[in-house]
Design a protein around this ligand. Structure first.
Ligand SMILES: Nc1ncnc2c1ncn2[C@@H]1O[C@H](COP(=O)(O)OP(=O)(O)OP(=O)(O)O)[C@@H](O)[C@H]1O
Length: 599
């Protein structure tokens, strides 16, 4: 993407925010009094569903207590107003948001180990318990009819509407910035795969807790604003049933997208209003939301994604040629940077990669695995497996199906902490460290199954995985080098085989000491396999990385790997140079019927 376009994209949220403030000002002066009041209600609902967009839409966590966090925010604001806490309404509102955020973390902590229905039960239970308590203790000032003070400069309904609009715009700017930041990427990653998230060095707990905290803080601010709107808040505005309906609305609309949060908040106000005008009891609004929610869940999509998908398809159809993202002869032609890769041209890649670069004799080891053992019940999936990976080498790890290759990767990368034996990286024993720590120390892996979160763009994903500052050109060059689509491409629009390549490119850009690739070229054609392999051979010297490659395509293994380790029934069957090992009769026997060794 040209520099000018990137700058426009960076400033777009600010421009939209300014337009938003102007629009709210015009509405606050132009609307009739009744609609001004409804407008404030819509703004509080938008902020609450925006929070659900973070925890549910982005992080994929079921949270059915959003209006309980709103009640906490409202309670804090009412209490501070009653006690004339210095600082005025803005400070009270911030305190309400903070209280909501802290409550979110407290609920999030026990919920870290829960998923799906269990988490739904816990959050709904919390909402129900708080509701009972709220009815008992009441909001401060409610019994004596002492109203919450609004900000002095915004005390009329019209002015308060404008104030609420400014709060909304600030919240939207913060959420938009967070969504595009590393934290936002971690939410989307954790929603797609917790193992994939940990494997790139991101703490899963931190990702989930931050989503809970931000979402609940937005709930708290929404409730605080509502307290200022109605001035005498009551528990009936924050029931568990309403939280449930709000959740359905968020799922249905896709409120991790800011525009859809606005749409969802408007719907929250418009549907009951229309029912009232038609003489239908407003509780039927819940039925309407329920039906829309069922439609969203059964279709597996939401309104926001549906509309965006439609617009994307139309744009693509109008464009001259489709983006393929597959390996091509000229990386630049694949949408990457048209600047030559320093020291590398396409011809250069293919010329040098006729065979893997030999490892310098006596290269020191970067990874030493000693006596690795993993047992599942009675099955010894790995039995006394040892191997040494020299710096900047490419070691192939092969074996028939069920030989223990994936178990080896899981054990070495820390996902099977019960393994025996030792794993030594750069001379340090990392056998007892977590997957997150191992990734941060420079031991990275990819997965056999797709673990690339589709909600991200290629660029956001690569930056998230790399965990370091990357120059845009450096990033585009590395993507083009491996035949990946351009940085701005959305991952959901890319086929699975290409997503695997992007996974490799991102892991490489992290600059790991050792990179374990578990069947990285699955999903590519045989020719693409080989082209990918040729590029792979350039990685160790270019990125100072050693590679362990797990692969069934023995042509690829032969052309890429300098050394091989063969596993069979969890034991090392053969080890040595690729040529020697592939001629070994025991290896040929083990592969009979599994794969064909071409000579
Ligand atoms: N979680 C588990 N529980 C029980 N057995 C397991 C588990 N994971 C793997 N196994 C068993 O351990 C053995 C090794 O499996 P593994 O997946 O590591 O083989 P693999 O070489 O990667 O096979 P493939 O090439 O098909 O991916 C197999 O017999 C498998 O059934």
């Amino acid at each position: 993407m040209p520099l000018a376009n990137r700058r426009i994209r960076a400033f777009l949220p600010v421009v939209v925010a300014i337009v938003g403030v102007v629009a709210v000002y015009l509405l606050s002066t132009g609307l009739s009094g009744y609609f001004v009041f409804l407008g404030i209600s819509a703004i509080t609902a938008i902020i609450a569903v925006m929070g659900l967009g973070v925890v549910t839409g982005s992080a994929g966590i079921i949270a059915l207590s959003q209006l309980t966090f709103a009640a906490i925010g409202a309670w804090v604001v009412a209490w501070m107003s009653l006690n004339h806490v210095p600082g005025g309404f803005i400070v009270w509102l911030l305190a309400g948001g903070l209280a909501g955020g802290i409550a979110g973390i407290l609920i999030g902590l026990p919920a870290l180990r829960l998923r799906g229905v269990n988490l739904a039960v816990v959050t709904l239970g919390f909402a129900a318990a708080f509701d009972v308590m709220l009815v008992q203790i009441q909001f401060p000032g409610a019994v004596d009819g002492i109203p919450v003070d609004r900000p002095q400069a915004f005390s009329s309904d019209r002015d308060y509407f404008f104030f609420a609009g400014i709060v909304l715009v600030i919240c939207a700017l913060i959420v938009s910035w967070l969504q595009r930041s590393r934290i936002g990427s971690s939410w989307k990653a954790v929603a797609f795969s917790e193992r994939g998230t940990a494997a790139v060095g991101q703490s899963v707990s931190a990702a989930k807790l931050s989503a809970f905290a931000v979402s609940a803080a937005l709930g708290g601010i929404s409730g605080g604003l509502l307290a200022g709107q109605v001035q005498l808040p009551f528990a009936s505005s924050f029931t568990p049933l309403q939280s449930l309906a709000l959740y359905i609305l968020a799922v249905m609309s896709g409120t991790y997208l800011i525009d859809m949060a606005i749409f969802g908040g408007l719907l929250w106000v418009i549907v009951p209003e229309l029912l009232k005008r038609w003489g239908v009891p407003q509780d039927w609004g819940f039925v309407v939301f329920g039906l829309l929610g069922i439609q969203a869940i059964t279709s597996g999509s939401n309104l926001g994604e549906g509309i965006r998908g439609l617009l994307r398809r139309r744009r693509k159809a109008a464009a001259e040629g489709p983006v393929t993202g597959k390996l091509v002869e000229d990386p630049a032609a694949d949408g990457g940077s048209d600047q030559p890769i320093p020291g590398t041209s396409v011809l250069d890649v293919f010329a040098v990669a006729e065979a893997a670069e030999p490892i310098p004799a006596g290269a020191p080891p970067v990874l030493e695995v000693r006596g690795l053992g993993v047992q599942f019940g009675q099955l010894k999936a790995l039995d006394d497996v040892s191997l040494t990976v020299p710096q900047r080498s490419i070691m192939g790890l092969i074996g028939p199906n069920g030989a223990g290759k994936s178990t080896f990767v899981d054990a070495v990368s820390g996902f099977l902490p019960q393994h025996t034996g030792s794993v030594v990286l750069d001379g340090a024993d990392i056998s007892r460290t977590s997957p997150v720590k191992r990734a941060r120390l420079g031991l990275r892996r990819t997965f056999q199954q797709d673990r690339v979160p589709p909600q991200l763009t290629v660029e956001a994903y690569v930056r998230f995985v790399a965990r370091k500052r990357l120059d845009h050109d450096e990033l585009a060059d590395a993507l083009a080098f491996l035949g990946c689509p351009p940085p701005e491409e959305l991952l959901s629009t890319v086929d699975v085989g290409t997503r695997r390549l992007i996974e490799v490119a991102a892991a490489v850009l992290a600059g790991p000491r050792v990179l374990i690739l578990d069947e990285p070229a699955a999903g590519l054609s045989h020719e693409e396999h080989l082209a990918f392999g040729h590029r792979l051979t350039r990685i160790p010297s270019r990125f100072d990385t050693a590679i362990i490659l797990i692969e069934h395509d023995l042509d690829l293994v032969r052309s890429v790997c300098t050394e091989l380790t063969v596993l069979d029934f969890g034991k090392v069957l053969a080890q040595g140079s690729s040529a020697e090992v592939l001629e070994n009769p025991a290896v040929i026997k083990a592969y009979m019927g599994d794969a064909e060794i071409s000579s």
